[in-house]
Design a protein around this ligand. Structure first.
Ligand code: DAH
Length: 335
């Protein structure tokens, strides 16, 4: 048996010397070392050997197995390298890789859409600070010291007199302070409130509007906002003006559109009212005009403010505001 084993070894080592490709190598490995290979079948004869011979022959067989494997190793390595070289082969006929092209974020798209509508109606765009004085954010807008919006729970305070603006309305005051009437502006931008759930994020966007001139009436307000709603939601969109209250407008209103989900029948989204609130508005309160030294006997005006995320969500049927800021490319690609 020992001779047969040595003979097998000599044959195997010689065969390995002449290997030229991977297939041959696999075949030889299988033939000599495989489960049904030459070595295994030789060792079946072990059972017939005496107790003393068995461990001796077993040891020789293991050594032979190790030697054959070792001899195969360099061949294996060189074929691996050859394989890798084959894979890096450059196919010049392949089409080029497309460079991924981005697009505007849905909030930017909606902001631009809203602004474009008001620009066509003759409004100009103004922008102002996000870190704002309490004076512009609250005081000058006739929002009293004890108003709930001033609570720490509802406003991010930088210091006693400085806040992150909670709305874009301070731009009304900043504009009127530096311009005499007529004024027609919209102010888009970021605003901040300590709120976070499916319909609130601590940072969101608003567009504020202000129009002041001689003889401006609530009729003008209705005309401008009706045109806006028809432009952004379609000419057949129903809307209504519902009485409301804001410290800086009198009278005040909220504008509702027909529920985009149930079209007025009543559903969970519209709390079974058939209507969805989209913005706040009203005639500028004379108290605000007095603060900026506008003559309340000769001029009047209206103002409005809306959340851009809300408009974007109603237009797209999105039900979780947070998706807009996670910036998951799979989400953004859909817009
Ligand atoms: N600033 C209000 C808010 O953040 C929105 C608003 C309501 C703005 C009525 C206005 C207005 O100009 O007239 O909720």
């Amino acid at each position: 048996m020992k001779e047969k084993l040595l003979e097998l070894k000599v044959r195997a080592l010689k065969d390995i010397e002449s290997i030229t490709n991977k297939e041959e190598m696999d075949r030889l490995r299988q033939y000599y070392l495989g489960r049904k290979g030459a070595l295994t079948s030789l060792l079946k004869g072990l059972a017939q050997l005496s107790e003393e011979e068995r461990p001796v022959i077993g040891k020789i067989a293991n050594q032979i197995k190790a030697e054959i494997s070792e001899k195969l190793q360099p061949a294996l390595e060189s074929f691996k390298i050859e394989d890798a070289e084959k894979k890096s082969y450059f196919d010049v006929t392949l089409p080029g890789r497309r460079i991924p092209l981005g697009h505007l974020h849905p909030i930017t798209q909606t902001t631009e859409e809203i602004c474009d509508i008001f620009i066509k109606l003759g409004f100009s765009i103004v922008e102002g600070p996000e870190v704002e004085l309490d004076y512009y954010n609250f005081e000058a807008l006739n929002i009293p010291k004890d108003h709930p919006a001033r609570d720490m729970q509802d406003t991010f305070y930088i210091s006693d007199n400085v806040v992150l603006r909670t709305h874009t309305s301070p731009m009304q005051i900043r504009t009127m302070e530096s311009t005499s009437p007529p004024v027609s502006i919209i102010a888009p931008g970021k605003v901040y409130r300590p709120d976070s759930d499916i319909s609130h994020t601590p940072m969101f966007h608003q567009v504020e509007g202000l129009l002041v001139d001689k003889g401006i009436t609530f009729g003008d307000l209705k005309g401008v906002l009706t045109t806006f709603v028809h432009q952004i939601f379609g000419a057949d969109m129903d809307l209504r003006f519902r009485p409301s209250f804001f410290p800086f407008t009198e009278p005040s209103a909220e504008v509702d559109i027909r529920c985009v989900v149930c079209h007025g029948k009543g559903c969970r989204v519209c709390s079974y009212t058939g209507w969805l609130e989209i913005l706040g508005a009203g005639m500028v309160d004379p108290e605000v005009f007095k603060i900026v030294n506008y003559d309340i006997d000769t001029i009047s005006g209206f103002a409005f403010g809306m959340g851009i995320e809300r408009i974007a969500m109603l237009k797209t049927g999105l039900d979780d505001i947070r998706l807009l800021f996670e910036n998951d490319i799979r989400f953004l690609q859909q817009f």
